[in-house]
Ligand binder design. Structure first.
Ligand code: MGD
Ligand code: MGD
Ligand code: SF4
Ligand code: MO
Length: 723
């Protein structure tokens, strides 16, 4: 079956790129418009699985509030006038050129938001542009969701870009820490049939969820309540029990790792009793969990964002990997393994971590990301080398990152601020230009970010389903044109190869992708049964996608370690001060409240709240345990003020024993006041105004988002504002 071309009527196979599941979609096209988005039952990977965000994406594609021409700021924040692409790009190029002439690349910063990683066009072209002009002040959503995980990978495996995944199809015991997999649909994990996979594990074994809230995932399986930001104690104590009770795989550790004795000594003080005081889990349960984990042959510990945004996130992520390795669950079926990406052979895996000297001191630089707070300070602090120009690609930091009003002030003070987006957002309302980009339905792609994290190796190519709506352009076209106006041509440097003008005269990310696939070393059979290297051409012959293997190899994970000695490093001197800091941390006192986040099935971070069918049933509220509500005289539904050292918000309360006492919980991505009218009309506050720009985990620079110390007090009805 051959691929149809854009505009052709009929049913078109493609895939969703909102989250990491990359579910197969079928688009019904007539007259050049998509009339419906349906689950693709013929997609062998997702087999008809699709969540309501996928089917509702037409609300974004044809949103009357979507930006469809370049906009130039002509007044206060949010006041824009349409301009032509030529005019916009010429003026942006002039302004960037004068910043470069005057202050050099130090004065330019970039923020790449979450959707940037969900498409070949953006992911493969933003870096070449920034690298060409020497822009190193790069920031992203990673500081808000995974920097600690990347740093742990650098420490253990020698590359921040190597992240293991749990081999769920063959595992009998899943310990999920700080991950709400049934709502998020998995992160650093591509498994569109996740519910089926978890149900199957629970049927043959156990799924144990460690979370301060009885989430949708915890409620369906086994749940252990933990106090926010205390997993380091739980995991350290589990490791200690495993070492103390002779459950560690010492022979394997001696052969294939270094630093395991240091790890063993480091956690020696962490008895289950001490851990229990901190995390609130009974000591006997901690010890039992450690024993069961070690004794189950096919077990795996997996953590996600709830382990990446506290004060000890690097330590926690090292402990999770170490738990798997020490108990012999690494590189085995059902355990903790590296995925089998078809790009593997063509991709380099550099260390991805250093302390970078900046004019405001040394900062961790994790996977090319600086701590977000540094961006704010760097813009607002006078002196040579200060950031004067900012390019944001698919990011909405005012609602997703820390900084609050100070961030807004910084954004409004820039000489040049350009945003590539679909909407006028809370962030780019301060921009000089908004450049309208295509959505995933208007561009060709492969599930790039998912390839290394698929529990069942799979790949799919989708052409654009329809031509770009309005004047929207693919990200790579924007970067290309901007580069051309600055008399530059983009090239991608990948490993020792340089891909310039992959299809001259224009830098074509998909042509680079094709070269990488061909060079990746994976061979597959074409529909006629002839073995061929993987290529885009070949993938076009499988419109619903191609299964590359039924299972992961697993045993090859040791060979994917990037350290020169080929071993996993279970300890690093960087962790010594972290451990000391942990030892000096007191147990949470009575009456203390820690704020953490939650996701909703019908939301995706900050940007699908303009879809009526998705938001009409969503009423964000502060979840609070009844004991904490009673102690403060707060009733269900009442309005409260929540204060941290960084800011405050007024919200309504849901009293619920779904949440542990001593904590409160509020979703992020609300408090809209951009150009999205339906979103602006939603209730809800911007929880990130309570987040500090000073990192919680100094080592990785991660933002403290889960475990923010807050106070909550009831506000008199008459002074309650909506929001
Ligand atoms: N308190 C708290 N804060 C959090 C979190 C939390 O749990 N709690 N979660 C964090 C996490 S995990 C993340 S990943 C970050 C996300 O943080 P960001 O990446 O900063 O924000 P998003 O909400 O994903 O917004 C993405 C922007 O991209 C635009 N966009 C969508 N698709 C496209 C596209 O195809 N092209 C272009 N050019 N633009 C597009 C949207 O309109 C939106 O403005 O938020 C983080 N912030
Ligand atoms: N529906 C929906 N799906 C999404 C997104 C979305 O916004 N909406 N966002 C996407 C993105 S960008 C990402 S990164 C992924 C995230 O994927 P996940 O990490 O699986 O999703 P979260 O809901 O953030 O899960 C984090 C869990 O950690 C818990 N938690 C908070 N603090 C702690 C703690 O200190 N210890 C422990 N053990 N748990 C804690 C929270 O209660 C929450 O249940 O989801 C993706 N998928
Ligand atoms: S689970 Fe994720 S990829 Fe699948 S339809 Fe929903 S948003 Fe799209
Ligand atoms: Mo994320």
């Amino acid at each position: 079956m051959s691929q149809q071309s854009p505009h052709e009527d009929g049913r078109r196979a493609t895939f969703c790129r909102i989250c990491e599941s990359f579910c197969g979609l079928e688009a019904e096209v007539s007259g050049g418009r998509i009339r419906a988005l349906l689950p693709d039952g013929a997609n062998p990977h997702s087999q008809g699985q699709l969540c309501p965000k996928g089917t509702s994406f037409l609300d974004v594609l044809y949103d009357p509030d979507r930006v469809l021409t370049p906009l130039r700021r002509t007044g206060g924040p949010g006041e824009f006038t349409p301009v032509s692409w030529d005019e916009a790009l010429a003026d942006i190029a002039d302004r960037l050129a004068s910043v470069l002439r005057r202050d050099g690349a130090d004065a330019i910063a970039a923020y790449l938001g979450n959707p940037n990683w969900f498409g070949v066009s953006a992911a493969m072209s933003s870096q070449p542009f920034l690298a060409h002009f020497g822009v190193w002040k790069t920031f992203s959503s990673v500081t808000q969701d995974a920097a600690a995980r990347l740093l742990a990978s650098h420490i253990l495996y020698g590359s921040a870009f190597r992240m293991p995944i749990p081999d769920l199809p063959r595992c009998d015991f899943l310990l999920a820490i700080g991950a709400n997999m049934l709502v998020s649909h998995g992160s650093v994990l591509t498994a569109p049939l996740l519910r089926e996979d978890l149900d199957a594990i629970a049927a043959r074994g156990r799924v144990v969820v460690v979370d301060p809230r009885r989430t949708e995932t915890a409620g369906r399986y086994e749940h252990i309540f933990v106090r926010p930001d205390t997993d380091a104690w739980l995991l350290g104590a589990m490791l200690n029990v495993i070492f103390q009770e002779g459950l560690a795989q010492l022979q394997g550790l001696a052969q294939s790792t270094v630093g395991w004795e240091q790890l063993r000594d480091a956690v020696q003080f962490l008895t289950p009793d001490i851990a229990s005081d901190h995390c609130g889990i009974p000591a006997a349960q901690i010890a039992d969990l450690a024993r069961t984990f070690a004794h189950t042959p096919r077990a795996v510990a997996y953590g996600r964002t709830g382990t990446c945004r506290g004060r000890f996130s690097t330590l926690i992520n090292v402990f999770i990997c170490a738990l798997n390795i020490v108990a012999g669950k690494f590189a085995v079926p059902g355990g903790w393994v590296f995925g089998d990406s078809p790009l593997e052979g063509a991709m380099p895996f550099p260390s991805g971590f250093e302390f970078r000297e900046t004019r405001l001191g040394a900062k961790p630089y994790v996977g090319n990301n600086l701590p977000f707070g540094f961006l704010i300070d760097d813009i607002l602090t006078d002196g040579p080398g200060r950031t004067r120009a900012l390019i944001v690609a698919s990011g909405n930091m005012v609602l997703t990152a820390p900084g609050g009003r100070e961030l807004e002030q910084a954004l409004d003070s820039l000489d040049v601020f350009v945003s590539l987006d679909l909407y006028v957002t809370e962030t780019n309302r301060f921009a000089d230009y908004i450049l309208p980009c295509t959505t995933f339905l208007e561009r060709e792609d492969i599930p790039l970010t998912g390839l290394a994290h698929m529990i069942r190796p799979f790949i799919q190519y989708s052409d654009k389903v329809i031509a770009a709506v309005g004047e929207a352009r693919d990200e790579h076209d924007v970067w290309n044109e901007l580069a051309a106006k600055l008399h530059a041509h983009l090239c991608a440097e990948i490993g020792n190869s340089r891909y310039c003008h992959a299809s001259a005269p224009h830098f074509e990310p998909m042509a680079v992708m094709d070269a990488l696939l061909r060079g990746g070393g994976v061979k597959v059979r074409d529909p006629a049964g002839v073995e061929q290297p993987l290529s885009i051409e070949l993938l076009k012959r499988y419109p619903h996608g191609l299964t590359l293997a039924d299972n992961l190899t697993c045993s090859n994970s040791w060979s994917k370690i990037s350290h020169e000695d080929g071993r996993a490093h279970l300890w690093n001197a960087l962790l010594d001060p972290e451990l000391e800091r942990m030892r000096a941390t007191p147990v949470a006192g009575p009456g203390e409240l820690r704020l953490f986040g939650r996701r909703a099935p019908l939301s995706i971070n900050s940007w699908m709240h303009n879809s009526s069918r998705l938001v009409k049933s969503q009423f964000p509220s502060l979840m609070m345990n009844s004991a904490d509500a009673d102690a403060r005289g707060i009733l269900d539904g009442q309005r409260v003020e929540v204060c941290s050292i960084s800011g405050s918000m007024q919200v309504s309360v849901t009293v619920s024993d779904e949440i542990i006492a001593g904590a409160v919980c509020y979703p992020h991505g609300w408090g809209h006041r951009g150009g999205w009218q339906r979103a602006n009309a939603t209730q809800g506050a911007n929880v990130n105004e309570l987040a500090s720009k000073t990192p919680g985990d100094m080592l990785s620079g991660s933002t403290l988002l889960d475990g923010i110390a807050v106070t909550v007090r009831r506000i008199a009805e008459e002074s309650a504002r909506t929001g």
